[in-house]
Design a protein around this ligand. Structure first.
Ligand code: ASP
Length: 584
């Protein structure tokens, strides 16, 4: 090349009418080539900023995905050939000199966002998939979020501390990934499910305010919102109350949202766990839409209808749902039963408030009228009613509400919500012992500590904890708590959970020991960055915002991980493999 321009003077997607007349050098990949008469070809050149049309000599041997440098002059497109769908659609590059920097085999799939390509093929060639506008946008959005989170935490006086990956087990309740130790055969490291214990040790170590954009690993089944490895903004603060944690995490979340959307998240509403369950049938309510659960227990307190003689009766009203077919209603009933209900009562609301339902004849006039008024039912609506134990009613109606009302991920805006006052214990296990809802280092609510000594173990389920979740559009983004920093309360907690002193010492001895050397009161939080970024990007699946994710079955079609290791390596680690288990 004889030009005096740098390798690259501009980016493809940035050229506009203002640039007309400029001689520029662009570098990128050939997105598309179309012949134009006998002697010319249109080449769409792509880089991470977008695409621009270049008119090149028809004899240039440039094909799809070739890497080229094109020097040309920006000019206006001929009238009538402008492309309003393209940011650079007013202009094109003429008088082009093309330099081929590298040839490329034909790509295994078309890199056009509008063409549905099988995900396995995309992941097997992720390096090509990453060139698409969608992936470029998502990766850059993610980087913006990470940058904003870092700045927000730095500005609030948090210190970034890196904690180890090869550790002893962390009590987050999932299965650990383990790594065999070569130097101590027969011994294993666990990969961190979270930096939980280390961040607490940092507090004992006087770090005062810690954060980390931390990689966490949990060996759980993969889902749309779950990968084996995920990133979280992990934070902990000394001498901090729940209020302060909620405040500094809100600042971080706002900064991330603002960096992406330009909009400020002024305040995040707050709801107690109990209210969330009563109103939405979920501890991670999607508040983008209504269809709240309506309490009917009182209304049916003296009912003659056996199915409604239950500890709890609630309904949801599906606006305009009255045109549901019988087979759809049967399908909903089946689902409700699969989710644990004994049955599902449906009622179609007719003109004048009349209720069309197989069970209407078993209800009194007053009950029918009460139902219409309690649910604000209008003609054309559908009422769905479940009667059972209260938690079961929440669960089933909560899922029906989502099934019937949930907007797509990219609609309805961003609805953040703090859910506070979680119960300390989730349930009583078969052995009568309480099962912790968070982890065993969560501080009970100050007003409920006395209940820990109650004679009736069922009372334990009424103990609230100082733990809180952050929810976005019905996705659990993260959770945190005020921690137990006093060894007497911690011992009491272990006692309740049936964890013996020896077991506690074996599992978390280092933390308990540390607590004997001056642990400040502390509290913290962590939220998933993959989920936040997916929702900000309007993606249904977090795989779309992760550069190199695993498939649903936990494998990587690109590197083929997991792979076998050779016999010598196994020997070195002191491991012998059993024959694979036969599938049932
Ligand atoms: N370690 C917890 C988690 O990963 C978060 C926290 O309690 O700070 O869910």
């Amino acid at each position: 090349m004889t030009d005096t321009l740098p390798m690259r003077s501009d980016h493809c997607g940035t050229l506009r009418a203002d640039d007309i007349g400029r001689r520029v050098a662009l570098c990128g990949w050939v997105a598309r080539r179309r012949e134009h008469g006998e002697h010319l070809a249109f080449v769409d050149l792509r880089d991470h900023t977008g695409i621009v049309q270049c008119v090149v000599d028809g004899s240039a041997d440039v094909r799809s995905e070739y890497v080229v440098r094109i020097v040309g002059t920006v000019r206006a497109r001929l009238e009538g050939t402008e492309n309003a769908n393209l940011a650079t659609g007013q202009v094109e590059l003429g008088e082009c000199e093309v330099e081929i920097l590298n040839v490329a085999e034909p790509p295994p799939f078309q890199l056009d966002d509008r063409v549905g390509v099988d995900e396995m093929v995309r992941l097997a060639h992720r390096y090509i998939d990453l060139r698409t506008e969608r992936m470029q946008r998502n990766l850059r959005l993610r980087a913006k979020v990470n940058g904003a989170l870092r700045r927000a935490m730095d500005d609030q006086g948090f210190v970034e501390v890196e904690t180890p990956m090869l550790i002893a087990s962390t009590p987050e309740g999932a299965r650990d990934f383990v790594v065999p130790s070569r130097l101590s055969p027969g011994q294993f490291y666990a990969l961190p499910q979270s930096p939980q214990l280390f961040k607490q040790l940092c507090m004992v170590g006087g770090v005062d305010r810690y954060y980390q954009i931390a990689r966490c690993l949990r060996d759980e089944d993969l889902r749309a919102d779950r990968q084996f490895e995920f990133m979280q903004l992990d934070a902990e603060a000394s001498f901090a109350s729940q209020e302060e944690v909620l405040a500094f995490i809100t600042v971080a979340i706002s900064a991330a949202v603002e960096a992406v959307t330009g909009e400020h998240v002024a305040d995040v509403p707050r709801i107690t766990w109990l209210e969330a369950q009563e109103r939405f049938g979920s501890d991670k309510p999607d508040t983008r839409f209504g269809m709240e659960l309506v309490e009917l227990t009182e209304l049916f307190a003296d009912t003659g209808f056996n199915a409604f003689k239950a500890a709890c009766v609630k309904a949801i009203r599906v606006p305009g749902g009255g045109d549901a077919t019988r087979s759809r209603l049967d399908d909903l009933t089946d689902k409700a039963k699969r989710w644990g209900a004994k049955g599902l009562v449906w009622m179609r609301v007719k003109e004048g408030g009349e209720l069309d339902s197989p069970v209407a004849k078993f209800l009194s006039e007053d009950e029918l009228a009460g139902l219409v008024s309690a649910t604000d039912a209008e003609a054309g609506d559908l009422l769905l009613i479940v009667a059972d134990e209260r938690p079961k009613v929440w669960h089933v109606l909560g899922l029906l509400r989502l099934e019937l009302g949930r907007p797509p991920v990219s609609e309805g805006g961003l609805e953040f919500l703090w859910v506070v006052d979680f119960p300390l214990f989730e349930a009583l296990g078969d052995d009568g012992r309480p099962i912790p809802a968070h982890h065993p280092f969560t501080m009970p609510h100050a007003d409920d500590v006395h209940l820990l000594d109650a004679d009736d173990p069922a009372e334990l389920l009424n103990v609230r904890s100082q733990s809180y979740d952050l929810v976005l559009n019905g996705w659990e983004l993260g959770s945190g708590s005020v921690r137990i920093h006093r060894s007497d309360i911690q011992s009491r907690m272990f006692g309740l959970l049936g964890i013996s002193e020896e077991e506690a010492q074996a599992k978390f001895g280092f933390l308990l020991d540390a607590f004997r050397f001056g642990a400040p009161p502390h509290a913290g939080f962590a939220f998933g960055i993959d989920r936040l970024v997916a929702l900000l990007a309007g993606e249904e699946n977090i795989r779309e915002v992760i550069a190199f994710p695993k498939t649903q079955s936990g494998s990587d079609p690109l590197t083929h991980a997991p792979t076998p290791i050779d016999a010598r390596h196994l020997d070195e680690l002191g491991l012998r493999l059993l024959p694979p288990k036969k599938a049932d």
